[in-house]
Design a protein around this ligand. Sequence first.
Ligand code: GAR
Length: 207
Amino acid sequence: MFKIGVLVSGGGTNLQAIIDSINNGIIKDAKIETVVSNKEDAFALQRAKNNNIETKVLKIKDFENKQLYENALIEHLKSKELDLIILAGFMVILSENFVNNFENKIINIHPSLIPAFSGAGYYGIKVHESVLARGCKITGATVHFVTEEADCGPIIIQKEVFVNDNDTAETLQKRVMEEAEWIILPQAINLILNKQIKIVDNIVRRI
Ligand code: GAR
């Protein structure tokens, strides 16, 4: 059984896409062992509970500093002996030390075509606001491995979404989720689970 941990901060629609893909057999022989949130009111936690998945809340402000917070997170995730950690709308930037503890075992979903609209300050709805402000005609989503530099790790899958003239940040966000994120995240999990990719010189190649 392929063991997955999912880190969340918000609504959890990407978590739901993973749960649904496991339940309907698109992802086979996998189990979500834990869903961890840095926010106790994240609706993602409810989605996990609805599916009898263990949840844990670890809030940064309950720790003296970020390092101690990360240590607790590392300890929890290690105790689950995970094959893959998925950042699914997890709005905490993780340190080099954290990433080094799980080399090539952490992936992230980002709501743009990286390297556009990525890195510090680009998260959630802000990404879509920036895409519209720049007048982009195409945007999309990316699943990538997580390295110590935010949104810079090797790209696993990208999918484009066309921007409409009458889009608001909210309508664009919804379409990027529906047409890209919820599709490519399960696909990326399957590529890793089925050992169909490898990283060569920071680039993901099919095996
Ligand atoms: C998603 O659009 C995800 O791509 C984005 O946050 C949203 C979470 O939604 N992540 C980032 O911006 C990371 N930089 P969800 O909680 O419904 O999955």
